[in-house]
Write a protein that binds this ligand. Structure first.
Ligand SMILES: Cc1cc2nc3c(=O)[nH]c(=O)nc-3n(C[C@H](O)[C@H](O)[C@H](O)COP(=O)(O)OP(=O)(O)OC[C@H]3O[C@@H](n4cnc5c(N)ncnc54)[C@H](O)[C@@H]3O)c2cc1C
Length: 495
């Protein structure tokens, strides 16, 4: 009698776990069902899958051994850093292994003369800055989760933060990676210098959401702390005026380090949670931060104040010192969690639109909300058009989740319609797989999958993430019939 695929998977898993136990020190392999449940989701708790096994390697060699064993038995694996991802990217595979880098937290080298550091993937984002700040340096990518998220996760998601308007995303701050490829080979991508010859495989890897291999070492760029920082909080009657002020500031040639916007509902939530004391009656607030040489900051700051005033700001507060700056940021940084105070459940959406479309799209979101009866709070990186609508609902009400999902999807449609994207920084993961077909054609998706297949022909590295239908590199064939147009044109081979 032939064995079923589930029996085959089970046998492969047993062999894999046996080999892990032989290759790794004790306590690095978890198979106890209760302990496995700790890892069943990342920051997107609406998706849950219990992995078959978890490994907690401490060195790159151990990661390599784990991946080689998985590859030998074609057992899927998923890398996980701190598990703060918001798109289910680190969602485990039920018949697979979760490779957790939380024990790989060493800063291996600090080289200030060349403004770089080498870190293990589990190092917490803020710990990089903490290690060098007394010498006047910092690591620029600053996701709001920076106190807990890992640099490995930042690389995989190409994470951004409030200050990526001026400083760019994680990809702009990584010089080199050591990666274990899905067949267990250890490769170096990039190099210690800013530019390397050949294809930009480093660029291809950053933002690949754990689908091309496991990062084991990261060379990050360090920046000098700016001479001067100025922060302002401006209260506006509505998001229309605030959005117009954002466009005017940028059109004037000013590039603030950050421009963040919160609407009335987001302000209400933040007030309840942290009593941030934002301007009373504001329909929207802007937090604008400028940094750089003192003379330049002083000049451009006056311009920013002028634009805010000209576009209806009824109150402008300037932080006099670090304490007041922290108070201004406190409301913004607490906003996601604060929304839990005004709604039992919510979806954190992440989409991008051209900055100039802000007033139009925010107006359409407000209409969607009014028509559906689903409340939406907006808090976002206004400078680069990266929206984070928080779609509020109460899961105990029948159909509320579905209505919220519908509004959430309709917001992404608005982003696409305005020439934007279905994700700005949280990634596609498991959550937005269903939206990829709205943004890309089947041929686009196939072409992207070819890159994935080149790294992972067996399809074992974080399968089921990013792409809706695996059709290439020998995976389950989807709806495509006939030869792929690129193959037909002699431009690409089928793996
Ligand atoms: C309150 C809150 C605020 C947030 N704010 C922001 C924000 O401002 N900006 C932003 O961009 N994101 C934000 N995020 C999302 C999240 O923190 C980032 O995506 C972060 O980079 C994830 O890091 P992590 O270590 O938690 O990764 P995980 O969640 O563990 O994993 C994320 C992805 O990275 C992959 N991965 C992890 N480690 C490795 C590795 N070593 N090799 C290969 N792949 C790997 C995983 O497979 C998964 O696909 C926020 C999240 C929360 C909960």
């Amino acid at each position: 009698m032939q064995s079923t695929s589930t029996e085959t998977e089970q046998r492969a898993l047993e062999q894999v776990v046996q080999q892990f136990r032989a290759a790794l020190p004790p306590n690095m392999v978890i198979t106890d069902p209760q302990q496995l449940r700790t890892y069943e989701c990342d920051g997107l708790a609406s998706h849950r899958v219990v992995p078959a096994a978890v490994v907690l390697p401490e060195t790159a060699e151990q990661v390599r051994d784990v991946v080689r064993i998985c590859a030998e038995h074609e057992v899927p694996f998923v890398a996980r850093g701190s598990g703060t991802g918001l798109s289910g990217g680190a969602l485990p595979h039920s018949s697979g292994v979760l490779v957790v880098t939380a024990k790989m937290r060493r800063i291996l080298e600090i080289d200030l003369a060349n403004e770089r550091a080498v870190v293990e993937p589990g190092v917490i984002n803020l710990d990089v800055t903490r290690a060098v700040e007394d010498r006047g340096y910092y690591f620029a990518p600053d996701p709001s989760s920076q106190q807990v998220c890992s640099v490995g996760g930042n690389v995989a998601e190409n994470s951004g933060g409030a200050h990526c308007l001026k400083y760019g995303f994680t990809t702009n701050h990584i010089l080199a990676l050591e990666v274990v490829t899905p067949d267990g080979e250890v490769v170096e991508l990039g190099g210690p210098a800013r530019e390397t010859a050949g294809y930009d495989l480093l660029g291809a890897f950053i933002g690949s959401e754990g689908t091309l291999g496991v990062v084991t070492k990261i060379t990050v760029r360090l920046l000098r702390k700016p001479e001067s920082v100025q922060t302002l909080l401006a209260g506006f009657p509505s998001t229309d005026e605030a959005g117009a002020a954002v466009s005017a500031i940028i059109a004037d040639g000013v590039t603030p380090a950050a421009i963040e916007m919160m609407d009335a509902l987001a302000i209400e939530a933040a007030e309840q949670a942290v009593h941030c004391g934002y301007p009373e009656g504001a329909g929207a607030v802007l937090v604008v931060e400028l940094d750089g040489p003192a003379a330049e900051v002083e000049h451009t700051f006056a311009e920013v104040e002028r634009h805010c005033g000209a576009h209806g700001a009824f109150e402008i507060r300037v932080a006099a010192d670090d304490h007041e700056r922290a108070m201004i940021w406190k409301g913004r940084k607490s906003a996601f969690a604060a929304v839990g105070r005004i709604s039992p459940d919510y979806i954190v959406q992440d989409g991008v639109i051209p900055r100039t479309a802000l007033p139009e799209v925010l107006g359409r979101i407000a209409r969607l909300s009014a028509e559906s009866g689903v409340r939406v709070a907006n808090v976002f990186h206004a400078g680069d058009g990266n929206l984070h609508p928080l779609v509020l609902f109460d899961d105990s009400e029948p159909g509320a989740n579905e209505r919220a999902e519908q509004v959430s999807g309709a917001i992404l449609d608005l982003c696409i319609e305005h020439g934007g994207s279905i994700t700005g920084e949280h990634g596609v993961g498991a959550d937005k797989v269903k939206y990829m077909g709205r943004m890309f054609t089947a041929d686009d998706l196939d072409t992207m999958q070819r890159v994935r297949c080149a790294f992972d022909p067996a399809g074992i590295c974080n399968p089921g993430k990013v792409f809706p239908t695996p059709r290439l590199c020998g995976e389950v064939p989807g709806p495509r019939r006939g030869v792929h147009p690129l193959t037909e044109a002699g431009l690409a081979d089928q793996f």
